[in-house]
Design a protein around this ligand. Structure first.
Ligand code: WTA
Length: 647
């Protein structure tokens, strides 16, 4: 492994930062030596109706996994994001909304957001939604998406946000699993000048969702939509009917806050459940320290609220800290590839947090579109979602940040609730491609396939040895699956599913998933989900999906498809299979390459040997390892001869 250069901490940044290097080491040591004491102190950063006296009750042992934090206190997530700031920040900007169209933007004060959320919470109550009920949110990137999340939190309803790019079938299965009572959606979304038929998709989804009583519709574009009287309600009409007085429900620390579906290596996406207090403490604390957020700064996370990054670092973390958070409706290359940089100048963004896939796409456009803009407001840059290649890191640092902004490469997962491994701007020298060091309270361990701890500079599978407040608590409705997925491979530890290297300086380098999960443009997808979609086609006998390195997306989707006897491969069929994945899951699940294969490499017991398929998809078949155990070794020659990725 060739070593890359180190970027030292900037003195100016360190001087004004919340945490400098000596402080980091001191606090980190405290946090692992005395977790109870450390979190008892930092748990106070949120507002409690009834303060906690118990800090931590955790067991990672496979026969009884349970995780509780601050568990005798009561609080409310929405109260912490809004009410609490009103005395000082009523007229300060909570949300800057930047529309898809560059001429559309709005500033929303804490006072305005509070009033709107209270009204919406009253609408939910009037429609029979109460504490513990589930509400599915299927929205474009408009302020109402954040209001919907906060209104649920205010009354103790559990939200389940479904990314607006998912298909009606995916939406339906998530509604069904959560047994949601209501969907909050919009007539249409708007992205890159194109309309997204959210209400139409919702109509299609809810025909198979008997638990849905009401569909609340935000008018975004005014486009024509179908309407079902008695079920469908206009957001603006209902809000006008209710008062803006709605006290926040007193919630137990461990009451659920939200469910968010994410893909695993097997089966259907699982509902990751996060609870109230620990999550809030963790996202608020990480947002402050990792982005070195200071009062009055403008902070922009470009994620979609449909993903965990949007939950923790557009909505809950920044608002809990009284920050100004920017919500952007559009895409990086519309109307031009300068858009992000123009938004930064327009709103004087200080902290910008995006994904490697976006950085690579913008890097392709060259320096021109960046250099047209000033970006002098920028202070901190962040990345998340997948390993960042050092070349993209350097471009981000040198061109976008003009070498003056530290880059925080933040490693975490839907399951972890918040950032786990990352530099701190004033404390951590950075190495391009490394997420560097663990955040306070996080104990990463690297294990070999037998679960032995590997010490020092090493490489293996990444586990976390002890709990942290933002950790997921269970899989919604299936605790057994939670235990199986995360605590059975390496008993007594949380297994992340990621491979990882640790260097001589104790820096962590995430190498990617070690399970059958793909990371395509930062979006998580299970190979099993795509395979299930492909085999729905009546001409398909069998399908196997693997990832392969893709310049722009990080990983591309490579599907091997075996047709039923008598069927012939064709371009038309390829298109049908693409459409099927789009329909079943969403556009992000379309295979990049489909290879029609007369047979798949299987062991004599019938298990598909994915290792071989991965190698061929990577166009690296010189060393396929042992193929003698295959039931029919000759299938490999055909796979190689007809491979789709050459060079
Ligand atoms: C990957 C997104 C390398 C990793 C917050 C993880 C990363 C999965 C990084 C979680 C990073 C996320 N460096 N890999 N900085 N951040 N990943 O649940 O494989 O959508 O397991 O959460 O993304 O994806 P998820």
């Amino acid at each position: 492994m060739t070593e890359v250069e180190t970027y030292q901490v900037d003195d100016e940044i360190a001087k004004n930062a919340w945490v400098d290097e000596p402080t980091y080491f001191k606090m980190y040591q405290q946090s692992v030596d005395d977790p109870e004491g450390f979190w008892a102190e930092h748990g106070k950063r949120i507002h409690w109706f009834k303060p906690f006296s118990k800090v931590k009750d955790v067991n990672f042992g496979a026969n009884d996994v349970h995780i509780r934090w601050f568990y005798d206190g009561t609080t409310n997530a929405c109260y912490n994001c809004l009410d609490r700031h009103l005395p000082e920040k009523k007229d300060e900007t909570a949300i800057i909304w930047e529309g898809d169209d560059p001429h559309e933007s709005r500033h929303i004060s804490y006072g305005e957001a509070y009033e709107e959320v209270c009204r919406l919470a009253n609408v939910l109550k009037a429609q029979g939604v109460g504490k513990g009920d589930r509400v599915t949110i299927y929205m474009p990137m408009v302020p109402e998406a954040a209001y919907a999340m906060l209104a649920c939190a205010r009354i103790g309803a559990i939200h389940s946000v479904v990314f607006g790019g998912f298909s009606p079938d995916s939406l339906a299965s998530r509604i069904q699993d959560a047994e949601a009572k209501m969907v909050i959606t919009a007539d249409e979304g708007l992205r890159g000048g194109r309309k997204v038929p959210l209400k139409k998709n919702t109509d299609e989804a809810v025909t198979n969702c008997p638990t849905i009583e009401k569909v609340l519709v935000v008018r975004r574009t005014g486009g024509s939509i179908e309407w079902e009287d008695g079920r469908d309600l206009w957001y603006h009409e209902e809000l006008a009917k209710v008062s803006d007085d709605c006290p926040a429900e007193e919630m137990d620390a461990e009451d659920p806050l939200f469910v968010l579906y994410t893909s695993g290596s097997t089966g259907k996406p699982k509902g990751v459940l996060h609870t109230t207090a620990g999550y809030m403490v963790f996202v608020a604390m990480t947002q402050q320290y990792i982005f070195d957020y200071h009062d009055g700064e403008v902070y922009w996370c470009t994620a979609d609220v449909g993903w965990v990054t949007g939950h923790s670092y557009i909505v809950y973390g920044p608002l809990a800290n009284g920050a100004t958070t920017l919500i952007f409706e559009g895409v990086p290359n519309y109307p031009s590839p300068s858009r992000h940089w123009e938004v930064i100048d327009k709103h004087k963004v200080n902290i910008y947090y995006t994904a490697p896939t976006a950085i690579r796409a913008l890097m392709r456009e060259g320096e021109g579109p960046v250099k047209k803009t000033s970006r002098k407001s920028l202070r901190i840059l962040g990345t998340v979602g997948e390993p960042i290649n050092p070349e993209a890191w350097r471009w981000y640092h040198d061109v976008v940040g003009e070498k003056r902004c530290p880059v925080v490469d933040t490693w975490w997962q839907t399951e972890t609730g918040g950032i786990m491994i990352s530099p701190l701007p004033g404390a951590t020298p950075q190495k391009p491609g490394s997420a560097t060091r663990p955040f306070f309270g996080i104990k990463p361990v690297i294990v070999d396939s037998d679960g032995h701890h590997l010490e020092g500079a090493t490489q293996g599978n990444l586990c976390i040895a002890d709990s942290w407040p933002g950790q997921m608590r269970t899989v919604y409705g299936d605790h057994e699956r939670f235990v199986q997925t995360y605590f059975s491979s390496y008993p007594g530890k949380y297994f992340t599913g990621d491979g990882c290297r640790r260097d001589e300086d104790g820096y962590y380098w995430i190498t990617g998933r070690v399970d059958d999960v793909l990371n395509v443009s930062g979006h998580r997808m299970g190979t099993a989900e795509i395979e299930s979609a492909l085999v729905l086609h009546d001409k398909v006998a069998e399908a196997a999906v693997v990832g392969y390195p893709h310049d722009l997306k990080g990983q591309g989707i490579y599907a091997y498809v075996t047709l039923v006897a008598g069927e012939e491969p064709s371009e038309a069929l390829r298109k049908e299979l693409n459409d099927l994945c789009r329909k079943e899951i969403g556009p992000i699940a379309k295979p990049d390459l489909i290879q029609f294969a007369p047979g798949l490499p299987k062991t004599r017991s019938g298990k598909i040997m994915r290792r071989i398929l991965r190698k061929i998809a990577e166009d690296d078949f010189s060393n396929l390892g042992d193929t003698t155990t295959l039931a029919d070794p000759t299938v490999v020659d055909d796979l190689i001869e007809n491979r789709m990725n050459r060079g």
